[in-house]
Design a binder for this molecule. Structure first.
Ligand SMILES: [Zn+2]
Length: 471
């Protein structure tokens, strides 16, 4: 009989922080700069005699993440040297944090957080066919946060969900773009299986650069490790890479003993009593916190906005802002909120992804459009037709409708002449309808909508047509 194994996963997630300058120097923080070795200086290339200066915005960013996760923020912190040699680490040590991380504890998606610390990113090794191996230092010294979870995840889906929610949180806080395919957020998974209550041997899988890869790699490892144990073999404690194309992990480095990085406090960097820094006081940090995804979800749930629609909107900063501000304009009216959510998640989203930008007044003009739609002053077809002018050009829908003669006509008297015209122009179709062919009526209504560019109220027009035909 096959044994059932208990799966245990812990995650280590690195995210490049979006600051103006690098972690310890004034260089522009742009690791994606096309031309190699442009954003560099003596500090981030480790020239002798240079001194690092801590980027306090990076510190603040990590504290904000901690706040959002309900963690404890450190009252004291220091930076340490993590010693190892590699061509992408010019000092032969990385400045990181060991004993006194900025953030400890907290929780996200039910997963307990161990710590978050701040360090510097490494340079990038490029293995070129013609030039051989070269190093690009644009990324060296970019502020990098490392978040470590407790080993409390027990399936691949939960791991993927955690990473996705963290990405959303980092984007909402504006601290990182966290694009996984650009390496702005990198996930490592520590995976072990065990048939007893004791944890099994831990295997670390690196370089997971999509949520799908996170899930697939964990599933692959559960399968591989189960097979090994079933066949009576031991699991080696090792670091494995992820082969995206073949959808499998492969051995990179077997760890006989734990790495000895000989951490020690960096003597060039002052230690900080963070609780006496005014900028980082509870009240100052609170002022800088935006509404978090879970707060938005709770508010929109109360407005009975469909959860799937909420997720589409909150995944995009511009849509979230438009939605939030429009709701304020509409005094959080429930029925109008749902209509707004439908427009924002579909038509507005479409306009933005086609490269359009929202006008400064977009929330006001969109709110006016929604009001006109909900009072039937405007039908939904016209609403969609003029949406771009309303939110991209910032035009007031009332004036626009006046200008274009698109006001919805709902009075039967006013639609009488139109109905007569349609009937006289479509004698054959009218005869079909009289003979019992129901869809013919829809065709006649459609003719009226065409003639009025969508301004006729189709329901009223239908009634008038029926009355006139049967007269
Ligand atoms: Zn620099």
């Amino acid at each position: 009989m096959k044994t059932t194994y208990k799966v245990t996963v812990g995650l280590e997630i690195h995210a490049e922080l979006k600051t103006e300058s690098k972690m310890f120097c004034d260089c522009i923080n742009n690791p994606h700069h096309d031309e190699a070795n442009t954003n560099i200086c003596p500090v981030c290339t480790a020239q002798p005699g240079t001194l690092p200066v801590v980027n306090m915005t990076a510190v603040e960013n990590v504290l904000k993440v901690g706040k959002a996760l309900g963690s404890s923020l450190a009252s004291f912190t220091e930076f340490d040297r993590k010693n190892y040699f590699y061509p992408d680490i010019p000092k032969a040590y990385q400045i990181s944090q060991y004993q006194f991380p900025l953030v400890t504890g907290g929780e996200l998606e039910g997963v307990a957080i161990t710590r978050i610390h701040l360090e510097e990113d490494t340079a990038r090794n490029l293995h070129d066919q013609t030039e051989g191996s070269v190093v690009d230092f644009n990324r060296a010294g970019v502020p990098l946060m490392e978040l470590v979870t407790e080993p409390v995840i027990h399936d691949s889906k939960s791991a993927g969900k955690f990473a996705k929610e963290l990405q959303l949180l980092l984007r909402t806080l504006g601290v990182s773009d966290a694009n996984m395919e650009k390496g702005e957020m990198r996930v490592e998974a520590n995976i072990s299986i065990s048939s007893s209550d004791e944890l099994g041997t831990k295997v670390e899988v690196k370089n997971l650069n999509s949520f799908k890869s996170v899930e697939l790699a964990i599933e692959y490892e559960i399968g591989r490790q189960s097979q090994l144990l079933e066949s009576g073999s031991q699991i080696k404690q090792e670091t494995r890479g992820w082969d995206e194309a073949k959808s499998r992990t492969f051995s990179q480095r077997v760890k006989e003993t734990a790495n000895d990085y000989r951490y020690f406090p960096d003597p060039d960097i002052p230690k900080y009593k963070l609780d006496s820094v005014e900028e980082f006081s509870n009240s100052r940090l609170n002022e800088k916190m935006p509404k978090l995804p879970n707060e938005i979800r709770a508010e929109w749930d109360l407005l009975e906005i469909n959860r799937d629609i909420t997720e589409v909107i909150i995944a995009d900063k511009a849509l979230t802002r438009l939605m939030t501000e429009t709701l304020v304009e509409l005094s959080n009216d429930k029925s109008m909120a749902r209509l707004t959510a439908n427009y924002v998640s579909s038509d507005v989203q479409g306009l933005l992804s086609a490269g359009n930008l929202l006008h400064d007044r977009a929330s006001k003009t969109l709110a006016n459009l929604i009001k006109m739609l909900s009072t039937n002053e405007l039908n939904s077809r016209v609403g969609k037709d003029i949406l771009s002018q309303v939110i991209v050009d910032g035009k007031d829908p009332k004036e626009l409708v006046e200008e274009l003669g698109l006001k919805q006509e709902s009075s039967p008297e006013a639609l009488l002449a139109l109905a007569a015209e349609i009937i006289s122009e479509n004698e054959a179709v009218v005869a079909e309808y009289k003979a019992g062919k129901e869809p013919s009526l829809q065709f006649l209504v459609g003719q009226g909508m065409k003639k009025t560019k969508g301004a006729a109220n189709p329901n009223v027009l239908r009634d008038v047509l029926v009355k006139e035909i049967n007269k």
